[in-house]
Design a protein around this ligand. Structure first.
Ligand code: AMP
Length: 114
């Protein structure tokens, strides 16, 4: 757990947020400022700031984040209509929260990526 990290505080329960799914090493919440009808955040329980910290021994965790995405696509009913998975990294991507997370966006036609 990193001090002053919003997502670590959400995981510990210090900041309340409904967990839509909790797996062994990651969990899923709804984004507080949704950019699409379905906008979820898939978050590792362990604090990583960037993907570069996820060395090869964390491959099972990366796999479990994609398992969570697949499961949520099913429960959010976007499997057929489509969805987008995004990981923002550092300034050029506009990363706001320095705890690695994957966005899942769907439920309507998404604009082009820029
Ligand atoms: P990023 O720009 O990739 O770092 O995305 C961070 C995301 O976290 C943004 O889409 C925010 O709306 C979202 N966010 C920030 N605080 C919270 C919170 N307390 N609960 C849910 N989502 C949050």
């Amino acid at each position: 757990m990193a001090e002053d990290c919003i997502f670590c505080k959400i995981f510990s329960g210090e900041i309340p947020s409904e967990k839509l799914l909790e797996a062994e090493d990651c969990f899923v919440i709804r984004d507080i400022a949704p950019k699409a009808p379905t906008h979820l955040l898939i978050i590792p329980k362990q604090h990583f700031t960037y993907l570069s910290g996820m060395t090869p021994e964390f491959q099972p965790l990366i796999g479990s984040m994609f398992d969570a995405a697949r499961e949520m696509a099913d429960s959010e009913a976007v499997v057929e209509s489509g969805y987008r998975l995004v990981i923002n990294q550092k300034d050029d991507a506009g990363q706001e929260v320095p705890h690695l997370h994957m966005h899942m966006l769907g439920g309507s036609k998404l604009g082009p990526m820029g």
